[in-house]
Design a protein. Structure first.
Length: 452
């Protein structure tokens, strides 16, 4: 059996609801109608009897019934009797209705066969003559014609309304659910073609379906970005591993085929070891970066005196003195901030190593730390080879190294250091930026928001 669509389910639910609602309305109308008709019938009965009572009197000892006396009106019969039951005027559908005992100002019902009549008596008293009675008789369902007309109208209109509601509900459901078809089709197209650049295009009416489509679009954008990053990562990692692996294989082949002495064998093994360390360092950096990017690495924030931490890291690199470069620092004292001590130290070390790697011989590296009302600012400046303007936005990408940097630097890194700096800064809620002038140097700045 074919499963029902959501549009059909909504239509059926809406139609059933309308049927139930219509039934309740019909019952309510029936009850109100019966009650109204009953009240109107009783009101007409009492009104006619009371009006006719004013038209009956004695004249010279004789019962005088005025010409305005109404014997029958709107289904109500009106009769005049004396206290002995003698009838002077009027008639009733059945004699049994005329022979009923008199009860002043009291409506009562009398059943004759399958019909029920209402009787109402009004007493006319006289000091000189016998009392008179004016009786009104009406069929309890005397206005059944009116009720039936109401019922027929309701029975005709309600099905029409139900049908119109079902058709309208079906069309409305189809129009409302049309964006879902677009969402489904776009997802199917992406699944079949693998093109994550496609987006769901629906009218911006601000409803829940539009918000759902936007959520899917954001998800597709993120997936596209992640897949692109993954492809780039795989390509770059393969490229970075190709050189050391090729070197290892070449050294192994040389050692096996050409090493004539112990010294050459040691040199080959040393080259292999160096490339092995390079691969190990690459893998470890990749693992660290991936753990941070996927937020699987446990981050332990603690209140740290940044001034002392930065001073300590700088002191370690001051003692290296690589390439004759001098490291100076300008650190504002007593800056307290909540950071992950290990990650923050790694971020600063990456910036300093980058400055040493691309700084000029006998140059200067300046590390500064200061605090303002809005942020804590860490910067590392060098007077090295600098970065071309069109490459500044790319230096935060994994494995990216400017060609000019490669040509001038003696020992380029893996191209992960600055990407890791950016990742660590963002994990702390901060941001990074770089300013550089080719051949004059660069300044890398990490800005962390002030703690509230």
């Amino acid at each position: 059996m074919k499963k029902l669509t959501i549009k059909m389910k909504i239509t059926i639910w809406f139609t059933v609801f309308m049927i139930i609602l219509s039934t309740v309305v019909f019952v309510f109308i029936a009850l109100i109608s019966n009650s109204t008709v009953s009240q109107e019938t009783r009101g007409m009965l009492i009104s006619l009897v009371e009006d006719n009572t004013r038209e009956v009197e004695y004249d010279d000892g004789e019962v005088d019934i005025d010409d305005d006396f109404v014997s029958f009106s709107n289904g109500v019969y009106c009769l005049v009797f004396d206290s002995t039951g003698k009838k002077f005027s009027g008639y009733a559908p059945y004699t049994e209705l005329e022979s009923q005992t008199f009860e002043n100002a009291n409506i009562r019902s009398v059943s004759i066969g399958k019909e029920t009549y209402l009787i109402y008596d009004q007493l006319i008293t006289s000091k000189k003559h016998a009392d008179l009675w004016v009786r009104g008789v009406v069929l309890e369902s005397g206005n059944a014609i009116t009720s039936s007309a109401v019922y027929r109208a309701v029975l005709i209109m309600l099905p029409i309304l139900i049908i119109l509601a079902a058709v309208g509900g079906y069309m409305f459901a189809g129009r409302s659910l049309h964006p879902i078809k677009k969402i489904s089709k776009t997802a199917e197209d992406i699944g079949s073609s693998g093109d994550l650049s496609k987006r769901i295009d629906i009218d911006n009416n601000g409803d829940e379906l539009y918000q759902l489509a936007q959520t899917f679009n954001r998800m597709f954008a993120r997936l596209e970005k992640n897949f692109e990053a993954e492809r780039s990562f795989t390509s770059d990692a393969s490229h970075e591993l190709r050189t050391p692996v090729a070197t290892i294989l070449a050294q192994c082949e040389y050692a096996f085929e050409n090493a004539s002495g112990e010294q050459e064998l040691y040199e080959a093994i040393g080259a292999i070891q160096k490339q092995g360390y390079r691969i190990s360092h690459l893998i470890e950096s990749l693992l660290q970066f991936t753990r941070m990017e996927q937020q699987t690495e446990v981050i332990s924030f603690e209140t740290v005196e940044l001034s002392k931490l930065v001073s300590y890291v700088c002191k370690e690199y001051e003692e290296i003195g690589e390439k004759g470069i001098t490291l100076t620092k300008f650190i504002q004292p007593d800056i307290i901030y909540k950071v992950d001590r290990t990650l923050f130290s790694r971020m600063l070390e990456n910036l300093i190593r980058n400055a040493f790697r691309y700084g000029k011989d006998n140059g200067t590296i300046t590390v500064s730390l200061k605090e303002s009302d809005n942020a804590v600012i860490l910067s590392v400046a060098d007077d090295g080879i600098g970065i071309a303007p069109d490459e500044l936005s790319k230096i935060w990408n994994r494995f990216y190294r400017a060609d000019k940097s490669r040509s001038f630097a003696k020992g380029t890194g893996l191209g992960l250091g600055l990407a890791m700096v950016k990742q660590i800064a963002e994990l702390h809620g901060g941001k990074v930026q770089a300013e550089s002038i080719p051949d004059l140097g660069s300044v890398f700045t990490v800005e962390l928001p002030a703690e509230k």
